[in-house]
Design a protein around this ligand. Structure first.
Ligand code: DC
Length: 229
């Protein structure tokens, strides 16, 4: 099998991470969740009071502090999946909170944040053998990726999945708040000026609203095999 680059893009909570993580594990590739990187910058900004009371960002201060934000991943031996670290601290759980979810889109719209994270993502994928998921992986980060997938599912299905995920982790969750958050993020992610979410012309589209995880895994593995063989 050839060593390739796999880019998986799509709307929030459409199951990208699950499918990307499982495929990477199965074929022995590195997995990178780029949403976790934007979430980590958001968590840093929240902790360092870089949001004003009206929700706007203190951009100049965040820009000056970008050099102090170190994001890395380490394999969790129990889950078999990577955990996200912010300046050496495991923040895997904190970055999934509703507070981070409701502040992340404006952070991800800042050109200087995107430039820093995209450069780090390109370094991580320089040797290929990587599955990366996000919004702009097939369009901006790895436009030459050999396999590009664009995942979609209805907003209701995605909100239900995020609700179940939070409940399973014992976290507070309200379905209507989550649905509103999913719809707001869809809008911001696909209308921002820098790298808006859109399908790369050479990406394969997958609507997984009615697929089980096992069915989507099998479909993804097939796509990988066709390209890498
Ligand atoms: O996939 P997620 O919900 O964890 O992503 C969190 C936010 O980060 C989401 O609102 C969009 C943004 N994001 C992005 O702009 N570019 C990426 N490559 C990944 C995520």
């Amino acid at each position: 099998m050839k060593k390739i680059t796999i880019a998986i893009d799509g709307f929030s909570s459409c199951g990208k991470s699950t499918m990307a993580k499982d495929l990477a594990k199965e074929i022995g590739y590195i997995y990178v969740d780029t949403g976790a990187m934007y979430r980590s910058v958001t968590l840093y900004a929240l902790r360092h009071n870089l949001f004003n009371a009206d929700g706007s960002i203190r951009e100049e201060e965040l820009k000056a502090q970008m050099k102090n934000i170190n994001i890395s991943f380490q394999l969790n031996k129990t889950t078999g999946k990577p955990d996200t670290f912010l300046n050496g601290e495991n923040v895997e759980k904190d970055i999934r909170s509703m507070e981070v979810s409701s502040h992340v889109s404006p952070i991800a719209a800042l050109p200087f944040v995107r430039a820093a994270l995209v450069a780090q993502q390109q370094r991580m994928g320089a040797g290929k053998g990587i599955v990366m998921d996000g919004r702009d992986i097939g369009t901006v980060v790895f436009p030459d990726a050999e396999l590009k997938i664009f995942v979609t599912a209805s907003a209701e299905v995605r909100a239900q999945r995020r609700y179940d995920e939070l409940k399973a982790k014992g976290m507070e969750a309200n379905f209507n708040d989550i649905l509103k958050n999913v719809e707001e993020r869809d809008y911001i992610d696909s209308h921002r000026a820098t790298s808006p979410l859109h399908k790369a012309p050479d990406a394969i589209e997958l609507d997984n609203s009615n697929l089980t995880i096992a069915q989507q895994q099998q479909w993804l593995y097939e796509q990988y095999r066709k390209v890498a063989e």
